[in-house]
Design a protein around this ligand. Structure first.
Ligand code: SAM
Length: 298
């Protein structure tokens, strides 16, 4: 399935693109956001990151007519050092569109989907040594249960972890689904949804790298530069919301003269997350959980 870009105009408008500016698309994917950024960018440059070589290859083709871009194979957690190697220390806007592209979910060989039977993999970066198979076959019951609870909000985490340990070695997505089907047989929705989400987060260390990349973004942004983040699940959104809030408020001790207090590094552009329009909800199922947050460096 083609990846349909979510909150496309809302997020690119939020970047406030100016002539000659330097922009970063931290999650290139199918190149939808990058394409719109490039179409609006005069005399500037776009640096786009993805940790998936397949996404880079697809987007290279899509964006071939634009010469003012550099596509970089890297986790966005290393954004700051990768840009520095290219002589870039400041940028005017950074966009994150978190999660997976549709073509990654649809490719059964990647093992992301509980609806398809394949190896338990779930790596966004094919060179990552950690796979979901290694996790289910080597982590302790306690470690598995913690991951399922923390990253998947799975009520039957301990129970599922116990069955996994008993049934080892697990090879494929359907080996795991058989267990969740058994334990979660009376639970609403797909039995494996929360466990798959949790494993994906653990394989790709999604929450850790997001925290690191948000901190790097603060260092990279010029004054007036925009930080634009689209998240698709509550754990990510909580990190983004907390980061924006804690960097846009002054925690002033009593009796301190306000004239001597520095401004916080960020100014929130929207108090509340921006959600997709009714039309986007209807046209693109993937947009249902999307939340867009925008802040400006000051
Ligand atoms: C939702 S898609 C982006 C879609 C893109 N905005 C578009 O319009 O086509 C997210 C992409 O970010 C990549 N990605 C996710 N986490 C990443 C990370 N930590 N570092 C680099 N790329 C990442 C994924 O491989 C995926 O291709």
């Amino acid at each position: 399935m083609e990846h349909i870009t979510v909150l496309l105009n809302e997020s690119v408008d939020a970047l406030n693109i100016k002539d000659g500016g330097i922009y970063v698309d931290a999650t290139l994917g199918g190149g939808g956001h990058s394409e719109l950024i490039l179409s609006r960018l005069k005399n500037g440059h776009l640096y786009a990151f993805d940790q998936d070589t397949y996404a880079l290859k697809r987007s290279e083709e899509r964006l071939t007519k634009y010469t003012n871009k550099t596509l970089i194979h890297s986790n966005f957690e290393f954004m700051e050092s990768k840009l520095k190697e290219l002589g870039v220390t400041k940028v005017d806007g950074i966009l994150f569109d978190l999660g997976l592209s549709s073509f990654q979910i649809d490719d059964e060989k990647r093992g992301f989907s509980y609806l398809k039977d394949y190896d338990l993999d779930m790596r966004m970066d094919q060179s990552n040594p950690l796979t979901a198979k290694i996790i289910v076959n080597t982590y302790s019951r306690q470690e598995l249960a913690d991951i399922f609870r923390l990253y998947g909000d799975e009520n039957n985490a301990w129970h599922i972890a116990g069955h996994i340990v008993d049934k080892r070695p697990l090879e494929t997505t359907s080996d795991l689904v058989k267990i969740t089907d058994l334990v979660n047989r009376n639970v609403k929705g797909h039995s494996a949804k929360r466990v798959f989400q949790a494993l994906r987060i653990e394989v790709n260390k999604e929450l850790d790298v997001l925290e690191k990349a948000l901190k790097s973004s603060l260092n990279l942004l010029n004054k007036g530069g925009r930080l634009v983040v689209i998240s698709f699940q509550s754990l990510e959104d909580r990190i983004v919301k907390h980061f924006f809030k804690s960097n846009s408020e002054i925690h002033m001790p009593k009796h301190v003269d306000i004239r001597f207090i520095d401004k916080p590094p960020l100014k929130m552009i929207n108090r509340k997350a921006i959600l997709p329009s009714q039309k986007e909800y209807e046209d693109n199922k993937r947009s249902h959980s999307a939340q867009l947050r925008v802040a400006e460096k000051q």
